[in-house]
Design a protein around this ligand. Structure first.
Ligand code: SF4
Length: 326
């Protein structure tokens, strides 16, 4: 590991200002960053510790939503009674992520900003356009079982690994940030993560020095919430395919639908056309298939991950059948 300086930030604005320095990194739970440092994928010159900032509260908002501080630990968020009762999809997604030990350390802000688990990104002997722009992408012709089928570019086919972010995407969360000038910004979660395009090394819309301070959830939408995650083993594994579904239906008739997917793309994936296919429709296999076709429009496998196309179809059918069966 390379030498670095360490400082504790006294305020969010101070942390943002410290993060402006080239090579500086913010550290909170450290569940991803420390691994990356040990492998020399990340070699920060300065670590700015924000763990002592008062960003660890979950508060009611005047409109009936919740404001979640960036330092709220994943396990605390999953266990919060308000989250469990009103945002079951989020509680379930959090509980499906990582291991209990990691969830006790990992934070809300860090979870959103975690890096891909592409094997080649973590192996500094391999070409990777995200880690080393212009070096190539070893995954394209390599072992790409866990890689994306939607939203890819010829430079990068990595997925975003978060479960929590998928649920927050279905819930239309807003990410709150502060910059070194102390200005607050509100970013819809749909606009936080970027597709790789020609610049896979740029993963979010945050500017240098801009740090996440909170995530706000609007009041819960009507309907039943479900998070279904398909993975290679029952725990401590990333999603091959996951779906966050919020469906309002009665007696087989769907009134409204929200769907977000994980494991398929470089960001939590939501397709408005798929939700439209389900809205004001009868809950049956033909309707579910029409939604799956909309989700998978433009999907492309790269050999090892071709199976994700039929797996997505089956996962969606299963989730929708379960959620609309009453
Ligand atoms: Fe790097 Fe992206 Fe290719 Fe993985 S998929 S090797 S992260 S460029």
């Amino acid at each position: 590991m390379k030498a670095f300086t360490y400082q504790r930030a006294g305020s969010a604005t101070q942390a943002a200002a410290a993060a402006l320095k080239p090579g500086a990194k913010i550290i909170a739970g450290g569940t991803n960053l420390l691994d990356l440092m040990k492998l020399q994928v990340e070699t920060p010159s300065d670590l700015v510790d924000i763990n002592r900032l008062p960003l660890d509260r979950i508060e009611e908002t005047p409109d009936g939503g919740l404001r979640i501080g960036a330092l709220v630990r994943n396990s605390d968020l999953a266990a919060d009674a308000r989250v469990r009762q009103r945002y079951g999809v989020l509680s379930r997604a959090l509980s499906a992520g990582a291991s209990a030990q990691l969830r006790n350390k990992a934070t809300t802000g860090g979870n959103l900003l975690q890096r891909t688990r592409c094997y080649y990104f973590y192996d500094i002997t391999k070409p990777c356009n995200k880690r080393n722009p212009g070096s190539g992408c070893a995954a394209l012709a390599g072992f790409n079982r866990i890689h994306a089928i939607l939203g890819t570019s010829e430079l990068c086919i990595a997925t975003h690994p978060s479960d929590m972010a998928v649920a927050m995407r279905a819930l239309d969360a807003t990410v709150e940030t502060v910059n070194p000038q102390g200005e607050t910004k509100y970013v819809p979660i749909a606009e936080l993560h970027r597709l790789p395009g020609r610049t896979p090394e740029i993963e979010t819309s945050l500017t240098t020095g801009e740090i996440i301070t909170a995530v706000t959830l609007p009041p819960p939408p009507p309907g039943v919430q479900l998070y279904r995650k398909v993975r290679d083993r029952a725990s401590y594994a990333f999603a091959l395919v996951s779906v966050a579904a919020i469906i309002d239906s009665t007696h087989g008739r769907i009134r409204s639908a929200r769907l977000a997917f994980g494991g398929l793309a470089p960001k939590p994936w939501r397709v408005a056309q798929a939700e439209q296919r389900l809205t004001d429709a009868t809950a049956n296999a033909a309707t579910f298939e029409a939604a799956a076709n909309a989700v998978l429009e433009g999907a492309r496998g790269f050999g090892g991950n071709d199976f994700k196309i039929p797996l997505t179809r089956r996962t969606l059918h299963g989730a929708l059948a379960e959620i609309t069966k009453t």
